[in-house]
Design a protein around this ligand. Structure first.
Ligand SMILES: NC(=O)C1=CN([C@@H]2O[C@H](COP(=O)(O)OP(=O)(O)OC[C@H]3O[C@@H](n4cnc5c(N)ncnc54)[C@H](O)[C@@H]3O)[C@@H](O)[C@H]2O)C=CC1
Ligand SMILES: O=C(O)[C@@H]1CCC=N1
Length: 263
């Protein structure tokens, strides 16, 4: 794809997306420009992929066809607000990955200036081409820009369009969920080590198991309860662990964790 992609903010999530895009062959590192709060740290991080570090957000906005807003949500107003003129240049569009930012908020930020905007929430597995991208159904991309956006992100994950009212809950499941899954993975690793497995072996087994369960559910569409029942033979081993998780409020804890984020 002949595109320049610009990241305003090049932290954990932006660099995961950049790695995914380069490894998927969507662009080469030299087609990506980025800025961050600290130029030296940026230059070091950018070097891993051959991404071109720039000194300011306005340079990124002026150089890129696709401008990815990847600063912290509370910084968007201050960092991106003054760039409306550059972002409105013909052909250019904005993909926001900032939590809590919707098209309506960008419209208020840019005022009269017409900037083409698509709000999204990605997740960290995009780094290995296995991500999920929540995309707000309401957007102002042209058909051509939408096609470019989809070609870019379909290469590194599933694009799921949701209406504005459901952006936060979708973000929580797909965007925050990796941290919950990581905690589960870590806990299984600790349990494996407690019972004598090497940590690396325990993580490998647990990670592949989680990947496989996700793949199985996606392939079959099966109810997770049915999938669980298929593992629990009568009077067998698994049901003892399932009963223990129920006693400890496993599912309730997950639901409460989501409530804690969504409110
Ligand atoms: N980490 C994740 O899993 C996900 C993050 N997001 C969103 O991605 C965005 C970035 O999050 P992370 O990468 O986790 O944070 P981070 O803290 O790793 O990265 C933030 C980046 O912004 C840069 N920055 C700070 N001030 C700046 C300025 N004035 N001008 C230019 N760059 C500046 C920092 O140097 C850093 O490179 C957030 O809006 C977050 O809501 C969305 C989904 C998942
Ligand atoms: O925790 C955060 O702020 C970001 C938003 C979604 C996932 N991580």
């Amino acid at each position: 794809m002949s595109l320049t992609i610009g990241f305003i903010g090049y932290g954990a999530m932006a660099s995961a997306i950049a790695r995914g895009l380069v490894d998927a062959g969507v662009v080469v590192g030299g087609d990506i420009v980025a800025c961050a709060a600290h130029y030296d740290a940026l230059a070091e991080r950018a070097a891993a992929l051959g991404v071109r570090p720039l000194h300011s957000a306005v340079e990124v906005a002026s150089a890129a066809d696709v401008v990815v807003v990847a600063v912290k949500p509370h910084q968007v107003e201050e960092v991106v607000g003054p760039l409306a003129h550059e972002l409105a240049a013909p052909g250019r569009f904005v993909v926001s990955i900032a939590a809590g930012w919707t098209l309506e908020r960008y419209r208020a930020l840019f005022g009269e200036t017409e900037v083409h905007v698509q709000c999204t929430i990605p997740n960290t597995p995009m780094e290995v081409g296995q991500g999920v991208l929540i995309a707000e159904a309401a957007h102002t991309l042209t058909d051509e820009q939408t096609a470019t956006f989809e070609r870019m992100f379909e290469a590194i994950g599933l694009i799921e369009r949701v209406d504005t009212a459901h952006m936060d809950i979708a973000m929580t499941i797909a965007g925050c969920g990796p941290a919950f899954a990581d905690m589960f993975l870590e806990a299984l690793g600790d349990a494996g080590v407690k019972h004598g497995l090497k940590r690396a072996t325990a993580y490998r087994l647990a990670a592949k198991m989680i990947e496989g369960v996700g793949a199985l559910q996606l392939a079959t569409g099966a109810h997770p309860g049915v999938m669980k029942d298929a593992v629990c033979s009568p009077g067998g081993t698994t049901i003892k662990g399932v009963a223990c998780l129920e006693e400890n409020g496993f599912r309730g804890a997950v639901i409460k964790a989501v409530d804690a984020i969504v409110g």
